[in-house]
Design a protein around this ligand. Structure first.
Ligand SMILES: Nc1ncnc2c1ncn2[C@@H]1O[C@H](COP(=O)(O)OP(=O)(O)OP(=O)(O)O)[C@@H](O)[C@H]1O
Ligand SMILES: [Mg+2]
Length: 265
């Protein structure tokens, strides 16, 4: 569904010198599959999603999305708050659904249905500035899901959430994925989450980011209630990925050279 071929991107740094952020990044994501992206902070994950979404141009290489998903069919949950500040939570979702050609009644119904799914039914009339950072992310997630997008690009959608809320929303994302079979690219710093949710995990190196490894998750079976269970059964894989990510930055190792990271990067 998504094919990323030899993508490279360079930005000017603070002094105007070129800094290569992505260097020859290639991978593909099968239609209907769930693919996580892990990589050290600042390596270029958000830049990569923006290139896939078509809002940033690569310097080299190309991105192809099979069967052009059409307007409104590519959902993007941005890492930063992306809600319209002058609209309530419900209106932020409702307005995004206009492109689908739904009636106002259907749009309002969907907005409330998905706000309820993300646990914000009673916050429908709140403006973004009246919501916490985690709540704003949930509205953004509800909006992307309500749009019924064939391709979902999720940039750390569950960052800043407490453990229980995060688990509930992981289950919701899995259930909706099982139901609608969207193609999902999911950026996270949480290795367990990546391995629990995904068919495939792409591990990027530090800047300039290249594909360090692609893990085909052997146990992927979200219908069986995956939360935390399978990564614990395969601790070697979790440790291997941790080592790989820790290698990118000496500061993540303790005095004995062991990775300092526990559970997530
Ligand atoms: N428009 C821009 N102009 C200049 N530099 C940029 C621009 N956008 C991103 N960068 C740089 O590109 C690098 C990668 O940024 P990006 O946001 O893609 O990282 P990331 O992997 O998503 O990090 P994090 O995990 O912290 O979200 C950073 O060094 C950042 O400063
Ligand atoms: Mg980012």
């Amino acid at each position: 569904m998504i094919s990323v071929a030899d993508v490279a991107k360079t930005f000017p740094d603070a002094s105007g010198n070129p800094r290569t952020v992505l260097d020859g990044v290639s991978f593909s994501v099968a239609a209907g599959s769930f693919c996580a992206i892990l990589g050290p902070s600042g390596c270029g994950k958000t830049t990569l999603l923006r290139i896939i979404a078509g809002v940033e141009k690569p310097d080299l290489g190309e991105v192809r999305i099979a069967r052009d998903p059409g307007p409104g069919a590519l959902g993007f949950v941005h890492q930063q708050n992306d809600l319209l500040p002058w609209m309530t939570a419900a209106d932020n979702i409702e307005v995004a659904l206009r492109v689908q050609g739904y009636s106002r009644k259907t749009r309002c119904g969907l907005a409330h249905e998905y706000l309820e799914k993300v646990g914000l039914a009673s916050f429908d009339r709140h403006y973004p500035w009246q919501l916490s950072g985690g709540m704003q992310k949930r509205v953004s997630l509800a909006r992307a899901m309500a749009m019924g997008a064939a391709v979902l690009l999720l940039d750390e959608p569950l960052a800043f959430l407490d453990f229980q809320t995060k688990k509930g929303l992981q289950q919701l994302i899995t259930d909706l994925h099982l139901q609608h079979q969207q193609t999902i690219l999911y950026v996270t710093h949480d290795i367990d989450e990546a391995l629990s949710l995904s068919h495939k995990v792409i591990v990027l190196s530090g800047q300039p980011a290249t594909v360090r490894t692609v893990v085909d998750v052997p146990w992927h079976d979200p219908g069986a209630g995956v939360w935390g269970e399978f990564p614990r059964r395969f601790p070697c894989l979790v440790e291997e990925i941790k080592e790989m990510l820790a290698d990118e930055d000496g500061s993540t190792r303790d005095a004995d050279g062991r990775p300092r990271l526990v559970g997530s990067i």
